[in-house]
Design a protein around this ligand. Sequence first.
Ligand SMILES: CC(C)(COP(=O)(O)OP(=O)(O)OC[C@H]1O[C@@H](n2cnc3c(N)ncnc32)[C@H](O)[C@@H]1OP(=O)(O)O)[C@@H](O)C(=O)NCCC(=O)NCCS
Length: 162
Amino acid sequence: VPSIEVVEADLQRSDHQAAVLELLNAYAMDSMGNGRPLPDDVRRRLIPGLRDHPTTLVLLAFDGQRPVGVAVCFQGFSTFAAKPLINIHDLAVLPNHRGRGIGKQLLEAVEQIGRTRGCCKLTLEVLENNHLARRLYAAVGFAQATYVPEAGGALFLAKTIQ
Ligand SMILES: CC(C)(COP(=O)(O)OP(=O)(O)OC[C@H]1O[C@@H](n2cnc3c(N)ncnc32)[C@H](O)[C@@H]1OP(=O)(O)O)[C@@H](O)C(=O)NCCC(=O)NCCS
């Protein structure tokens, strides 16, 4: 997309902070997000929390001056490969700007950074019924994680403790 620029967010900059909050809030309101906006206390803690986290990587997509897409990522580590990896924790594009290749451009930018850092893989989770996102992920080369075929595909589990 010629008019779209993807940049690494500088979370010390107030304009980038506002962009990340706006985009994540829009994502939270999406039916594939949380279906409601981020609570005020989460909004207050989000930027300091991302800044304090040691491996945060946030990419922003700009259409001119307007922030229209975000990828929030964290670097992890693969023991079996003894190499870092990048987990894409959130990927979101504003509803009016979807279908223009911005999501794909953000994923390509993450991949580029991952290659530069010597990462062995990119990981992400996606909800089963998020067909649009799943199509995009498949198109750029993601598939359900498997290690030994007989053991089946990876499942993502969570236990809420707070
Ligand atoms: C998933 C998401 C990030 C994709 O962003 P995007 O910028 O629309 O993605 P792209 O344009 O690169 O690709 C989307 C695909 O849908 C197609 N598409 C066409 N019209 C579309 C529209 N109006 N809206 C969305 N996608 C459309 C695109 O053409 C593309 O398919 P193709 O590559 O086969 O042509 C975006 O839909 C989104 O923010 N969804 C809500 C949040 C979400 O679900 N995030 C993923 C969580 S795992």
